[in-house]
Design a binder for this molecule. Structure first.
Ligand SMILES: Cc1cc2nc3c(=O)[nH]c(=O)nc-3n(C[C@H](O)[C@H](O)[C@H](O)COP(=O)(O)OP(=O)(O)OC[C@H]3O[C@@H](n4cnc5c(N)ncnc54)[C@H](O)[C@@H]3O)c2cc1C
Length: 374
């Protein structure tokens, strides 16, 4: 199958750069390349009707790490590495806010709260013991204490302690992606939906892409930003990890406000427009959730439902409105992979569970990598 003369002339042509994936990372890469040099023709290929991976499916936490998680990470990473990762996430959020503007995607710093269950007494005590140390470490970057012990004023059931992260924020994910797509268009980036790349061939002088349906596109350089689906093209430590979310119908007088991390971060919930949005539960079936199929897992959905009933809203009637799934890209390391694969091919993938914070920076890094080569 061929593109028409008109399609070639208006939409595809001979792009200098093709980006695979229109999530946060792909769009940020495209925008940063165009901003640095508006003469460069950039096309983004997206197989979904919206960014169909994680960027328009996520929970909208603008987070950079809760204390319990940071202490847990200390078992596998050095303190310097962890502080560096927190700084990278913080820079990423600043880049996102500067690029789109806070108001365009309802960026609200309502704070993030880590909840501890009765069987996490030891973890809660360790966090209390080290809270000052980490506040001292991060004060220079954030300009104030990041963590503080908080009362359970939300009425959660079975919680022995809460630690607030004063700088954590929540966003409207849909508005963020809408603003991202508008900005890309404004910068002259062509985003083509329903364009699933099947094969990438390095031609030496450029890259040949074959799409589902058989159409071909030739470009000078391709950037793989397909995150949880990157295994298709890259032989590296990046795997798909499915995540499920449920949302309630609007609830009268909902008092819960902020972003919340429960059971070592395996569950996360927040308020949005008088509703509770709750995700997680991958730990119930790690093997089964190592997939890029966007179905929902009934075992996990039932557990999410139970959690709302027994812990989050124990005394408030609620109804689940609907559920969905998204696919993350994870690996052994929590850092993204940004690298050249060959002269004409590079990638920015493995954004993990904090891609809202990382994605814009990773895209900027991908753009810088492109200019170093070209
Ligand atoms: C349910 C869920 C909740 C989450 N919650 C949060 C959160 O609250 N806070 C946070 O920071 N992070 C969260 N994340 C993670 C975050 O959303 C991701 O890390 C981030 O969106 C990754 O962005 P990306 O652009 O790298 O990848 P993606 O958004 O996955 O984009 C990759 C794109 O590539 C496209 N693609 C794949 N293969 C092809 C192909 N062959 N051809 C063409 N296109 C292709 C996909 O359709 C997709 O749109 C969550 C993720 C999920 C799934």
């Amino acid at each position: 199958m061929n593109f028409s003369y008109w399609e070639n002339k208006e939409f595809i042509g001979n792009p200098d750069v093709v980006i695979i994936g229109s999530g946060i990372t792909g769009l940020s890469t495209a925008i940063h390349i165009r901003r640095a040099n508006p003469k460069i023709k950039v096309v983004v290929l997206e197989r979904g009707m919206t960014p169909w991976g994680a960027s328009s499916k996520n929970a909208g936490f603008a987070c950079f790490g809760s204390l319990g998680e940071i202490l847990d990470d200390l078992q596998t990473s050095s303190l310097d590495e962890i502080v560096e990762l927190i700084q990278y996430r913080k820079r990423g959020l600043e880049t996102l806010v500067n690029l789109l503007g806070k108001n365009k995607f309802d960026f609200k710093q309502n704070g993030g709260f880590e909840l501890f269950k009765p069987d996490q007494k030891e973890e809660f005590n360790s966090c209390q013991d080290r809270i000052n140390e980490f506040n001292n470490l991060l004060r220079g970057d954030f300009g104030g204490d990041v963590f503080q012990i908080e009362e359970n004023s939300f009425g959660f059931e079975g919680i022995i302690g809460l630690i607030k992260n004063n700088f954590e924020a929540q966003i409207d994910t849909g508005k963020m992606m809408s603003a991202y797509l508008n900005l890309a268009k404004q910068e002259g980036v062509k985003v083509l939906n329903g364009a699933s790349v099947k094969e990438i061939n390095d031609l030496g002088s450029g890259v040949g892409l074959i799409l589902e349906g058989g159409m071909t596109i030739k470009t000078g350089h391709a950037v793989i930003c397909s995150n949880g689906f990157a295994k298709q093209f890259i032989n590296d430590d990046v795997e798909p990890a499915r995540a499920q979310v449920i949302i309630t119908k609007p609830i009268d007088n909902l008092k819960i406000k902020g972003t919340f991390h429960y059971d070592k971060g395996y569950y996360y919930f927040r308020n949005i427009n008088d509703r509770i949005l709750l995700g997680g539960g991958r730990n119930l079936d790690f093997e089964g959730e190592r997939t890029d199929v966007m179905d929902c897992n009934l075992l996990i959905l039932n557990q999410l439902n139970t959690l709302i009933k027994e812990v989050i809203l124990p005394n408030t009637p609620f109804e689940i409105d609907y559920s969905w799934a998204g696919i993350m890209g994870v690996g052994k390391a929590k850092t993204p992979i940004v690298k050249n694969i060959s002269n004409n091919l590079s990638c920015g993938v493995r954004l993990g569970g904090m891609g809202v914070a990382l994605g814009t920076s990773v895209g900027k890094d991908c753009a810088e990598l492109y200019f170093k080569k070209n």
